[in-house]
Write a protein that binds this ligand. Sequence first.
Ligand code: HEC
Ligand code: HEC
Length: 147
Amino acid sequence: MSKHVLTSTIAAVTLLALAGLAVAQSAGIPLQSLRGAGVDEQVAVQDNFRLDEKRFVRSYRQQPPLVPHSIDQYQIDLSANQCLGCHDWANAGNRGAPTLSMTHYLDRDNNQLDRVSGTRWFCNQCHVPQADAPELIGNTFQSSSER
Ligand code: HEC
Ligand code: HEC
């Protein structure tokens, strides 16, 4: 495609998009987010997210369990991981917390380690706090034990 044709195509597409936006606005359809708030409005976190007080049953066998407590206060960075203060094998008994399972102590070559593996360091990469949030889009999800 020549440079000229490309430039005019881009210009035409931009014009069309702007025209579409103008039509949508004049038809009184306001832009809004999936939760129904205006695009420039903040949705308060407290309204959507709530912790349950007990551990949830997993929805499928391999699911990282949801965190049944708040995690705001627990720092995780390159050198510190406060989750381990309760969940590491050496501390869990005293803290009454579930011990990390064996998979957390395997390195990528399947060697068993005594310290949590680097691949499991950033806990909230896989574990998220429980949330009672309304579905953004209705769905028919069922846990694997319900099927
Ligand atoms: C002060 C101690 C403490 C700290 C720190 C802590 N936890 Fe926990 N955690 C617990 C206890 C106690 C439970 C069990 C709660 C229960 O049985 O109701 C638990 C439960 C969990 C579970 C649920 C396990 C399951 O099988 O259902 C996950 C996942 C978890 N914690 C992840 C984390 C992560 C991630 C962090 C850091 C961001 C963290 N925890 C920090 C004490 C702690
Ligand atoms: C790469 C994803 C991943 C990361 C990172 C990770 N986990 Fe897990 N975790 C899982 C999965 C998957 C399970 C369930 C299967 C299993 O036990 O391996 C699990 C299980 C657990 C359990 C329940 C153990 C049991 O036997 O009931 C706890 C507690 C837990 N993780 C805490 C943590 C903490 C604390 C960290 C950070 C130090 C962490 N996990 C990092 C994926 C992860």
